[in-house]
Every structure is written in structure tokens, then in C-alpha cells.
Design a protein around this ligand. Sequence first.
Ligand code: ZN
Length: 81
Amino acid sequence: MSIGMLLYNMRNKKPSVKCKRCGLRYPIDYAECPHCAGLSEQELVELKRANRKGRNDSRQLGKKMLLAAVALITILLFITM
Ligand SMILES: [Zn+2]
């Protein structure tokens, strides 16, 4: 999957379906899933793992941002007291 294709899909907002094999979304007018078509089972496992890792990384980042915000508020409270 390329970033160009991803942007193309986002811009066009075509109805999409979720692939039963890899779980990724692709435009409904595609004959087959562009993400996993032609991939072996091993490559499919790698693709799924990469996607799961990406989601976990963004969740981790959100948690860090929240902690930073809480720390900042705590510091501000101490300064103003
Ligand atoms: Zn797929």
C-alpha cells in the first residue's frame, strides 16, 4: 500500500469495503483487495502485524501527550499557588 493511494482514496471518498482477509479497507469497485491480493499467508501475517503495530504506536503517543498535559497543568498550579 502506498501513501499516494491512501491519499487518493481519502480525497475521493468512494464507498469502501473491509477486506475479509487482511481487515483493511479498499474501494468497493476494486475486483480484489489491493492490500493483500497476491500476498502469501506469511506476507499477510506480516501485513497484519505492521498494521497492528501502527495503531499501538499512535495510542502510545496519545497517552504520552496526555501525561505531558497533566504534568504541565500540575506545574502551572504549583507556580500560581
Ligand atoms: Zn485484503
